[in-house]
Write a protein that binds this ligand. Structure first.
Ligand code: IVH
Length: 679
């Protein structure tokens, strides 16, 4: 015979389960049980309720019998308030390593430890940059979810929480605790955040960061909106509980993982400030590579006894602290947008900002990508804007703070002519980047020369931005070939130059004539032809005449090239000035062809072997790899055939790798190459 307590518990569990199933059916369109199973559960609940009429809840799933539920039944007109039985506290912040040392000292004092005593056991976890959530499970069933609110009163978000894939509707536990409230952080992963922002219209506005997007989503009244946005939850603690001690973080994590929550991505044990600081520095390094945002670390003293002994401050426990990372977002004023002209004529807008300190670095300029981005973000001159600095990347303007607009902000119009030369601006098909079409644009001239002389192109020692600027201003140089007819006198006459430095420059120019064809091709600055594409072209097409005569179709067949690159190459060589330039560079003695197979004739690890190179190597450029093989007696050719002995393959190796494997040719990687040549 069943006893009344068991029956009442069963009523609660059945109601919760049926609510869950209704929700999955009407909101998520993804039922988890068959209709027949659903009917069985409903029938069981009806029978139980008929025996205990007092136990029938106002919102019991049985109250809708005979009438179908609709999605609107799950949409609240306002989020109901929820009282937290155990307040949701916040954390004291430590803004860096000195403050964390202070905290450790305070903890030691609080525990009445003296000099010889060891430090108390601590754990370190990520401080997730999202929104706090409380998840209440009764008899293992999720019955209520709530936001933190002011810590005492929050808002009920059960509907939204049920849409979250990492919130199990039922704890995987045969004997779940009768009541347990889990606390964690709701986050939106960065990739999902980017996708969400990309899908938003101008009217909807952009979310500044994943945290805002998660908060905005969690508090939606209609759970169908949240169902479309893949929120995630990381559990980090407990609130209200009966009969279970989870004051050791490792125990908590073990439990929550067993119950069906996603694993904790980071948990370390530590003791003492030095260990904490080492972990802090380690995590700072990987922070930008994580798929979600964290804004610091949370350090917690382990064990109920120690926690009790330390006690609470007004709103935060003394047994925990948030060790914060430097902020990455700030707001400042958008003073102006200026357009930069690159060597290919690409026009890139740059934001000029009121200088602001972001995590220790003063930012006064930020990238804006292209005119479409400016329009999409609806940026206006004079706006307050959110800017962001992450890792090494150039700071970005994230979005305007629309609510601070006072009418004085001016919409921005992208110039219709080049700001450097007034030339026409044109948008090539399929590209959202505008270009200045004037090949003689001074900004392009300078840019092309800088690129030509740069380290990865012809590596002309001593020819930097300042000297190029002078050479162009003095009218001595407009195209790279002009460099090769400079005289010592001309150069020595420039500012801050002397005979010696002029001679050095001319000697460096002489050296550049010996650089291989692929470097020359890269140095020419053809749009879309970088170092690697240049090498691919040279491997396939060994000299300049064949290349200049090739049509788009022929070029697009080269491994690693596509239509866009092919079109760009053809367009480049069609320019009469380019044709002339190549003739002059050739006459000056630069290298415009490549031997079919290069070999040094020396004996070595690769003697007598014909090698093909494909893909990107982790550290070596293809040219470096090739030189190493040649220096060890090998021969490097462009395409794989039955005569090939070895394939050196890097990342993104394509058809050559497949062909080599099909032909049973030995494939080696960079590490093996370096081993064989004895580097
Ligand atoms: S423990 C009593 N652990 O940070 C201590 N909080 O400023 C309760 N947070 O409201 C918090 N990651 O939303 C804890 N691993 C973590 C956390 C974390 C993020 C948030 C939490 C809290 C805020 C405190």
């Amino acid at each position: 015979m069943s006893n009344e307590n068991d029956d009442l518990r069963r009523i609660r569990a059945l109601s919760a389960t049926l609510h869950q199933h209704n929700f999955r059916y009407y909101i998520l369109d993804d039922p988890q049980v068959s209709d027949a199973e659903y009917d069985r559960l409903l029938k069981e609940l009806e029978e139980l309720e008929s025996r205990y009429p007092k136990a029938v809840a106002k919102d019991s799933p049985t109250r809708k019998v005979g009438v179908t539920w609709t999605p609107e039944d799950f949409v609240a007109d306002k989020l109901p308030s929820v009282e937290h039985r155990v307040p949701m506290l916040s954390l004291e912040n430590a803004m860096g390593t000195d403050e964390v040392r202070d905290w450790v000292e305070r903890v030691r004092k609080g525990l009445e430890l003296t000099e010889g005593d060891p430090d108390p056991p601590l754990t370190v976890e990520y401080k997730f940059d999202g929104v706090a959530i409380s998840l209440l499970y009764e008899d293992g069933v999720l019955v209520r979810a709530a936001t933190r609110g002011d810590g005492v009163t929050g808002e009920e978000v059960t509907g939204t929480a049920r849409t979250i894939r990492s919130v199990p509707p039922q704890l995987k536990d045969k004997t779940p605790p009768p009541r347990i409230e889990l606390r964690g952080e709701v986050v939106l992963q960065n990739a999902d955040f980017e996708a969400l922002n990309a899908s938003r219209s101008q009217d909807e506005g952009l979310f500044a960061n994943p945290r805002n997007a998660a908060a905005g989503t969690l508090r939606q009244l209609d759970p169908r909106i949240a169902a479309k946005r893949p929120l995630d939850v990381f559990i980090y603690g407990i609130g209200d509980q009966e009969g279970i001690d989870l004051s050791v973080q490792k125990d908590l994590i073990d439990h929550i993982e067993r119950w069906g929550f996603q694993p904790c991505p980071f948990l370390r044990e530590a003791s003492g400030a030095d260990e904490l600081i080492a972990i802090y520095e380690e995590v700072m390094e990987v922070r930008d590579d994580l798929p979600f945002d964290i804004d610091g670390l949370v350090i917690k003293v382990q064990g109920a006894g120690l926690r009790e002994q330390l006690g609470m401050r007004a709103r935060s426990p003394r047994w925990a602290v948030a060790l914060k990372f430097p902020a990455r977002q700030e707001t400042t004023k958008l003073l102006d947008i200026q357009v930069q002209v690159g060597r290919t004529g690409a026009l890139t807008p740059v934001a000029h900002l009121e200088p602001v300190n972001v995590g220790g670095v003063t930012v006064s300029r930020a990238g804006l990508h292209n005119p479409k981005e400016i329009a999409r973000k609806d940026l206006r001159i004079g706006d307050d804007v959110v800017i962001q600095r992450a890792g090494d990347v150039i700071p970005q303007v994230v979005k305007p703070v629309d609510s601070l607009r006072d009418g004085s902000q001016k919409p921005y119009e992208f110039p219709t002519s080049c700001p450097e030369c007034n030339g026409a601006v044109h948008y090539p098909e399929e590209e959202i980047i505008p270009y200045c079409d004037n090949f003689q644009c001074p900004a392009q001239i300078r840019g092309r020369l800088e690129h030509f002389a740069s380290r990865r192109a012809l590596d002309i020692d001593g020819l930097g931005e300042k000297l190029i600027d002078q050479l162009v201003t003095e009218g001595l140089v407009t195209v790279p070939s002009d460099l090769y007819s400079l005289s010592v006198d001309q150069v020595a006459g420039l500012d801050r130059m002397a005979v010696k430095s002029a001679e050095n420059l001319l000697a460096a120019l002489e050296v550049s004539k010996g650089r291989p064809f692929s470097r020359v091709l890269h140095a020419l600055g053809i749009r879309h032809v970088g170092e690697r594409v240049a090498e691919l072209i040279v491997d396939d097409t060994l000299e300049i005449d064949t290349l200049m005569a090739a049509d788009e179709e022929r070029l697009a067949q080269i491994e690693g090239l596509g239509e866009i690159i092919a079109r760009s190459i053809v367009a480049f060589f069609e320019i009469p000035a380019v044709q002339n330039e190549i003739k002059v560079l050739r006459d000056a003695g630069l290298t415009f062809h490549q031997e079919k197979a290069e070999t040094s004739g020396t004996e070595g690890a690769f003697s007598g072997l014909t090698v093909v190179i494909t893909g990107t190597m982790p550290t070596l450029s293809r040219d470096d790899a090739k030189q190493k093989i040649i220096a060890s007696g090998g021969k490097v050719v462009g395409s794989v055939s039955s005569k090939t002995d070895l394939l050196l393959a890097g990342e993104k190796a394509g058809s050559k790798l497949k062909k080599a494997t099909d032909l049973g040719i030995e494939v080696i990687d960079e590490e093996e190459l370096l081993k064989r040549v004895g580097d």
